[in-house]
Design a protein around this ligand. Sequence first.
Ligand SMILES: [Zn+2]
Length: 82
Amino acid sequence: MREYKNKEARILDRIICNGCGKVIAVKRGMPMEGVFSVRQVWEYMSGKDGEIDRFDLCEECYDKMTEQFRIPLTRTEQAEYL
Ligand SMILES: [Zn+2]
């Protein structure tokens, strides 16, 4: 969940993990730790046509979620950090 200092200017204030409620600090618009941010637009063929789901997870909640996968996720190294 994203909280904004100024809703019109969309200045990000902090992120709250939807999984555990942990507050993730934001400085100059950048989260100070790893965050998994989702914005899922459900389309026609889904049962949620036209709905948009948003949530944020801290790295720990992300790990808990992905550890439940029957088939492990694919993780590779990024070639170059920008
Ligand atoms: Zn969490």
